[in-house]
Design a protein around this ligand. Structure first.
Ligand code: SAM
Length: 218
């Protein structure tokens, strides 16, 4: 599953250029029985399987303390990832990310190693790997020298608490398949920088008000 989409485009080029690197660890390599058992049934009953604390501990301890960094468990119960947290994580020299499966992870492991739980949103995935890839992608693009144009991140959604204004490109007039024509807003074509900025700020506020009133309240 790794690097998956992180091996493409911006993050892929940055990986090739050594701007970031990763290593994957398979908990199954740290099992002691011949079946490579990583999980067991939950105490107290209920459906599903739980990843074992002893196996996860051996996997974690295989990473030297100096290169472990913050230990994160991708989990729907966690603090929800947002751009502030992404910025914070992207400044960390190392991160260790645990991807759960099945019902999740034995709580004793999380408690014993002060593992931080981070969620990518209020829904449940079948595994933590896509969540880890999303978290990594969001962090990697903020690393020095990763995005070609450093300005790209400047006006982005969430960077100033608002959503970004709309974008347009050529052709200036586009006719859709139903014969309807659509023009680029006139203000963007007249080259008046200050007025364009004002228009973008208004659009940003309007979109945020419609799509994310919670951000405006904040
Ligand atoms: N039983 C867990 C619960 O209800 O909280 C859900 C387990 S889920 C089926 C399996 C794994 O997917 C989790 O251990 C976690 O690593 C990952 N996962 C699922 N949803 C996630 C989310 N919203 N954010 C981050 N990771 C998630």
């Amino acid at each position: 599953m790794f690097p998956g989409s992180l091996g493409q485009s911006i993050s892929g080029k940055a990986l090739d250029a050594g701007k970031w690197s990763y290593d994957t660890i398979n908990p199954r390599d740290f099992t002691t029985d011949k079946h490579g058992t990583v999980d067991d049934t939950p105490y107290g009953g209920g459906a599903g399987m739980v990843l074992r604390a002893d196996v996860l501990e051996s996997a974690l301890l295989s990473i030297s303390p100096s290169s472990r960094g913050r230990v994160i468990y991708m989990s729907p119960r966690g603090k929800v990832l947002n751009q502030n947290l992404v910025q914070e994580l992207s400044r960390e020299p190392n991160l260790t990310i645990l991807c759960g499966r099945y019902e999740g992870v034995d709580q004793r492991f999380l408690d014993a190693y002060d593992v931080e739980e981070i969620s990518i949103g209020d829904y449940v995935l079948s595994g933590g790997e896509p969540a880890a890839i999303i978290t990594m992608d969001a962090c990697i693009r903020l690393l020095d020298g990763v995005m070609g144009n450093e300005d790209t991140a400047g006006d982005e959604s969430f960077s100033n608490g608002l959503l970004e204004y709309p974008h347009y490109t050529r052709p200036a007039q586009w006719t859709d398949a139903n014969g309807q024509t659509h023009d680029v807003p006139e203000i963007l074509k007249n080259g008046h920088h200050a007025k364009i900025k004002e228009w973008q700020a208004e659009q940003s506020l309007a979109i945020t008000k419609t799509n994310r009133p919670d951000l405006l309240k904040k």
